[in-house]
Design a protein around this ligand. Structure first.
Ligand code: BT5
Length: 272
């Protein structure tokens, strides 16, 4: 009889709930062998009343999404694709730092796993592979609002854990923890460790604001490099000097002018 890998999955609720160390995050937990996008499932569960801390994990996604309509390569059996539902009682304009705070928690988790991650504003996590830093994780934060108030936030994370091969368009840019560490990793452990790292960072954010979490983000960030930002058809080139207290990127151009970039795409310049 051939084994049923999904019945034995390391990510099923039975296994996960035993391993969780959090009070809230992941205490409501769902696992799907496959779905289109975990962010879409989380949004549907939010509309049906799911509580703060709900986590949905899929073993594979057929329409995993990045930002701006881009796709997230999501094959089965190897990686982590998760969405975390949050219901912060905050005005919508204060929610932007959450992507960076999730990045900080992910960086803490991976550091503990033995890799040296590098956070790339706003939502990429890179790890060393083949003599350079390559993308191993991405974060997609989506929000539903009612006027000025947040109804819910979905923080979606894709983390390449044990994948070793990528489609041609990603082969030179993507990597995984397994390729970085030279050994397979326990994705359920990474998930429970991430949730345990993020819970206090999120709690501190709700009570005191984002400063401490953003400081942790800075410690892992690839700031100080020459970069190019494209937004709304306009281009800013300069040095990515810092982030401000809302998580926006601060770029100093050649003329010394500072530009505050609330959202956009940061590409490194050749030689930067
Ligand atoms: C992101 O977007 O990096 C956010 C990705 C979030 C994915 C998670 S998976 C769970 C949850 N459910 C979803 O549907 N999404 C979230 P962005 O910055 O736009 O980067 C997307 C780009 O990363 C693509 O255009 C590719 O170049 C590259 N890419 C795609 N799949 C990748 C992978 N598996 N590993 C590394 N890079 C990848």
């Amino acid at each position: 009889m051939s084994p049923n890998p999904l019945a034995e999955s390391d990510l099923t609720p039975r296994v996960m709930l035993r391993r969780l160390r959090t009070r809230c995050l992941g205490r409501a937990y769902e696992f799907l062998p496959a779905c289109a996008s975990t962010n879409d499932v989380a949004r549907a569960r939010a509309a049906a009343g799911a509580a703060e801390g709900f986590v949905i994990v899929a073993d594979s996604q057929s329409a995993g999404r990045g930002r701006l309509g881009r796709s997230w390569h999501s094959p089965p059996g190897q990686n982590l694709y998760l969405s975390l539902l949050l219901r912060p009682a905050l005005p919508a304009r204060q929610v932007a730092p959450l992507t960076l705070l999730a990045g900080a928690a992910l960086a803490r988790t991976l550091t503990a796993a033995g890799v040296t991650p590098r956070l790339h504003w706003p939502n990429d996590l890179l790890v060393p592979a083949a003599g350079e830093f390559r993308k191993a994780a991405g974060i997609l934060t989506e929000m539903a609002t009612s006027g000025e108030e947040v109804r819910h936030v979905v923080v979606g994370i894709g983390l390449n854990v044990n994948g070793q091969e990528f489609p041609p368009d990603l082969a030179q840019r993507a990597t995984s923890l397994r390729l970085a560490l030279g050994r397979a990793c326990d994705r359920a452990k990474l998930l429970v460790d991430f949730l345990a790292a993020f819970e206090p960072i999120y709690g501190d954010f709700l009570v005191r604001g984002p400063a401490a979490g953003l400081q942790e983000w800075r410690r892992h960030a690839d700031l100080g490099r020459v970069c190019r930002i494209d937004r709304d058809g306009a281009r800013v080139e300069g040095i990515a000097t810092d982030i401000d207290d809302s998580g926006a990127l601060l770029v100093r151009d050649d003329a010394g002018r500072m530009h505050r970039i609330a959202s956009g795409e940061m590409s490194e310049q050749a030689g930067g």
